[in-house]
Design a protein around this ligand. Structure first.
Ligand SMILES: Cc1cc2nc3c(=O)[nH]c(=O)nc-3n(C[C@H](O)[C@H](O)[C@H](O)COP(=O)(O)OP(=O)(O)OC[C@H]3O[C@@H](n4cnc5c(N)ncnc54)[C@H](O)[C@@H]3O)c2cc1C
Length: 410
């Protein structure tokens, strides 16, 4: 019998497994694809901007220095709106933090997380293995898994756990099997991602530029490159993906301008359709839904993983208390506390992200002037800029121990 079984070893599931280490619980992690597999959907060519709040969480887990070595710090953010005057600039020094965020490639983060998984004495990794069925009951949750790299070697087994954590991504077949419903909003937009090089060195400057087509985010990454997230209306995506590299660079130059000089090089492109998905509840019997399976949000403000790491911090906090007092770690009371503790953060982060998308995706003349006004206003009114900045850095929330950068001890 496991204490905690985690379905999905993506960035959220693996982060939780590492965070649980000090509690000496018997933890199992089930992941469908090997880390280096081309089909691995979490550790792909994307990058994530980790907030200052996420840095504190990984610090508390003792893996920050490893992550930092493979990341690039953001010292300055420049936000602008194509076709309108007005821009805002946010500086780490002004906000009194070491950096506004840290950009890391998903693959690099994956390697750090998997290297830091708990000792075999307390931990079992099932990979590649797919969860095909979960059966919750008042005493335990039974989890049916199929393991094996090929159909010839496939074997089925049933595992049991006190607490099941479902972190199997935005489509989450397990969430559906549990009958948990979602509300969804299709933005009609797709994020085209790739890496680009520019004439001028990135110098730790990130850009967010809003255009009539959708936002463009340029995040500095290692080796003097930028990670690009270019949001496009769905109908434009086949054309954008078919452009030659030269055409792509020319179109990007036109949309972004020359703040970084010329765009000189572009890498492989990939497209991610953008849909807001939120479950109507985060819990079922002895089960917690976490990460993208619970809330998949627009990447405009780079908040998805940051929000999920706060799920991890709050759950480990509650589990540490339950272990210390000998309480049942899958009790309905613990699940209710988890759910209650997460609601405000979900509301704030989803509203913040969603309003940015709606405000900046609408090219209506009046809205254009309002947001241009808003950007220059934000530049001139420190409290307003501070609120937006703190929201983006994930430090506007009530703090679980890990979220304060503190260690978990029982
Ligand atoms: C273009 C883009 C840019 C982004 N940029 C940022 C950013 O800058 N900052 C940020 O904080 N967030 C960002 N995000 C969000 C971030 O990528 C997600 O929040 C994060 O990937 C969610 O991780 P997850 O582990 O919940 O889900 P996933 O990454 O989807 O992982 C789910 C895992 O579950 C496994 N799985 C699925 N089903 C099963 C099963 N039945 N059995 C076993 N395993 C299973 C999958 O193989 C996968 O490994 C971005 C997202 C996009 C699309």
């Amino acid at each position: 019998m496991f204490d905690v079984l985690i379905v999905g070893g993506g960035m959220v599931g693996a982060s939780l497994a590492v965070a649980l280490k000090p509690l000496n619980l018997k933890v199992g992690l089930i992941e469908a694809f090997a880390l280096e597999s081309n089909q691995q959907p979490s550790y792909d060519d994307r990058t994530v901007a980790l907030s200052h709040g996420s840095r504190l969480i990984y610090q508390g887990m003792h893996i920050w220095s490893e992550i930092e070595r493979g990341s690039e710090a953001i010292q300055h953010i420049h936000v602008s709106d194509r076709g309108h005057f007005g821009a805002t600039r946010i500086h780490a020094a002004q906000e009194k933090v070491p950096a506004l965020g840290y950009v890391v490639e998903n693959r690099v983060l994956g390697r750090v997380l998997y290297n830091a998984l708990p000792e075999p004495q307390y931990f079992e990794l099932f990979m590649p293995a797919t969860v095909t069925e979960v059966v919750p009951s008042p005493e335990q949750v039974d989890v049916v898994i199929q393991s094996g790299a090929s159909t010839q070697t496939l074997s089925t087994q049933t595992l049991s756990t006190q607490l099941l954590v479902v972190a199997d991504g935005a489509r989450s077949p397990i969430r559906e099997q549990l009958g948990i419903t979602t509300t969804q909003h299709d933005y009609g937009q797709t994020a085209v991602i790739t890496n680009v090089s520019t004439e001028y060195l990135p110098n730790q400057i990130a850009y967010e530029r809003f255009t009539a087509q959708g936002p463009i985010a340029l995040l500095p990454i290692t080796n003097n490159r930028y990670s690009l997230v270019w949001t496009q209306p769905n109908v434009e995506v086949p054309t954008v993906m078919s452009w030659s590299d030269a055409e792509f660079l020319a179109q990007l130059q036109d949309a972004f301008g020359y703040r970084q000089g010329r765009f000189t090089k572009v890498g492989k492109r990939a497209a991610y359709p953008l849909v807001l998905v939120k479950t109507t509840t985060e819990t079922a019997e002895r089960t917690i839904i976490m990460g993208n399976a619970s809330h998949a949000i627009h990447p405009v403000a780079g908040q998805g993983l940051n929000l999920s790491l706060r799920d991890v911090a709050v759950l480990t906090d509650l589990l540490a208390d339950a272990v210390a007092t000998g309480e049942d770690i899958g009790s309905s009371t613990l699940l209710a506390h988890y759910s209650a503790a997460r609601q405000q953060d979900y509301r704030q982060t989803i509203t913040y992200t969603d309003s940015l998308v709606r405000l900046f995706s609408n090219d209506h003349g009046l809205l254009g002037h309002l947001r241009a006004g808003g950007l220059s206003l934000m530049d001139r009114v420190p409290p307003l800029r501070r609120w937006v900045t703190q929201q983006s850095m994930g430090i506007n929330q009530r703090k679980a121990r890990l979220a304060r950068g503190a260690e978990l001890r029982v």
